[in-house]
Design a protein around this ligand. Structure first.
Ligand SMILES: Cc1cc2nc3c(=O)[nH]c(=O)nc-3n(C[C@H](O)[C@H](O)[C@H](O)COP(=O)(O)OP(=O)(O)OC[C@H]3O[C@@H](n4cnc5c(N)ncnc54)[C@H](O)[C@@H]3O)c2cc1C
Length: 386
């Protein structure tokens, strides 16, 4: 991106459209999401009216082309939205993230014209998507999955179980990865579009989690579930490519979620430090407090540069694999560290649910686990750098 002088722009410099978009999402998050955060966390339930608002603002169809009723935006805008929302609630952040960076992304790239006509307008306006790869015995080793797709005429029968599926409770459409034959290894993996009400498909246990509690995480069960050939996503045996490539991009989304979380925690901590008085003055006047906040701010700035750089590379069609792995690895560390320090800066008040940093601290842990654990990111970074 060049500015008007023709010089390369700084990574944190946004276009006018991006600024307007980010400010709109920030305002929406503080006015409409913030009042719901605690109740949604306690009830482990995503507010339905909030989901409708997210649809009306176009935030659940950011990269869907306008001809299909979407916002026709960029991947970078999806990243800005996830960041701004996660500063207020990382649970809502991951709902928006999975919808945009995994589900819509996969359909934009691999769906047939008929599938796009059928599903993209719904995803832009009313249908939440979920992305089902993991199983009980296949997490980091995702392609060891056992859910079986058996051919029946032109159609397929799914049998098996998925675990840990985000958005499952709210979703109307699931991208499900199954194998045509476990003996084929990754070359048997095939992706399917499964509608919620398909006979033979049901939700299993809903997880009771440490953090991002308003985001639903459920088991999926397939028992002789007939999937028409028209719902095959991409080619048979090429599901591994869809999974790898969407997760590479999705990882930047988790980076944005963790970046937003860290920013939110820092904002709360700085405000608290200015208001809370001990020894006759605001605690922010103690150098120890200032240095902690300064170090946290530096971490966040570095995290932002990694996230924005990976997202800009993706939008430019350039290689971003190493940068995406680094951005997820680093931002999840920054989120955990920042949220932990924010709890300490709040003192005893940081340890109770009356103040928002306790929740952000719990929410931060997931950043090191899903969409590839930190060790898996390090493995990718090592492979690409050594
Ligand atoms: C809240 C939540 C939401 C999720 N949402 C989704 C979703 O929407 N869709 C989906 O498909 N999945 C989802 N997941 C699953 C998630 O992606 C997996 O949990 C994650 O990939 C880790 O897999 P695992 O839990 O099986 O852990 P394991 O793979 O068993 O890992 C256990 C430990 O071993 C380490 N390890 C494993 N292999 C290696 C290795 N080769 N080298 C070094 N260390 C290694 C890991 O880093 C980790 O520390 C979600 C999980 C959670 C908790």
């Amino acid at each position: 991106m060049n500015d008007l002088t023709g010089k390369p722009a700084a990574l944190t410099q946004l276009t006018e459209d991006e600024l307007l978009f980010r400010d709109t999402v920030r305002r929406f998050s503080s006015e409409q999401i913030a009042p719901l955060v605690r109740a949604m966390d306690e009830s482990q339930h995503m507010d339905r009216a909030l989901i409708h608002q997210l649809f009306s603002l176009g935030l659940l169809g950011i990269e869907i082309p306008e001809r299909f009723g979407g916002s026709g935006g960029t991947f970078f805008e999806a990243i800005l939205a996830v960041e701004a929302i996660s500063a207020v609630d990382p649970s809502v952040g991951v709902l928006v993230d999975v919808q945009n960076t995994l589900c819509i992304n996969a359909l934009n790239r691999w769906a047939s014209d008929d599938q796009k006509q059928k599903y993209l307008p719904k995803l832009a306006t009313e249908t939440i998507g979920a992305y089902a790869l993991s199983e009980a015995s296949s997490g980091s080793d995702a392609f060891a999955l056992q859910t079986r797709a058996t051919k029946k005429g032109d159609d397929y029968i799914l049998n098996g179980q998925k675990l840990w599926i985000t958005n499952a409770k709210e979703a109307g459409l699931f991208i499900v990865f199954a194998t045509l034959d476990p003996a084929l290894g990754y070359k048997g993996i095939t992706a399917f579009l499964v509608e919620k009400d398909t006979p033979g498909f049901s939700l299993g246990k809903k997880e009771d989690k440490l953090g991002i509690r308003a985001s639903s995480t459920c088991e999926l069960i397939f028992r002789d579930c007939l999937i028409p050939a028209a719902n095959l996503l991409g080619e048979p045996g090429k599901g591994y490519k869809i999974a790898i490539e969407t997760l590479n991009e999705g990882r930047i989304g988790i980076g944005a979620q963790m970046l937003g979380l860290a920013t939110g925690a820092w904002d709360h901590a700085a405000k608290w430090a200015k208001e809370r008085k001990q020894f006759g003055k605001p605690i922010v006047e103690f150098q120890a407090m200032q240095f902690q906040l300064a170090e946290m701010a530096t971490d966040i700035e570095a995290a932002r540069l990694l996230v924005y750089n990976a997202a800009r590379l993706k939008d430019r069609g350039e290689d971003f694999l190493k940068e995406a792995a680094m951005c997820k690895y680093f931002t999840s560390q920054v989120a955990e560290r920042t949220a932990s320090l924010a709890v300490e800066i709040f003192g005893g008040s940081g340890f109770v649910k009356d103040f928002p940093v306790e929740k952000l601290y719990r929410d931060a842990k997931i950043g090191k686990i899903y969409e590839g654990t930190s060790f898996m990111q390090l493995a990718t970074i090592a492979k690409l750098t050594l």
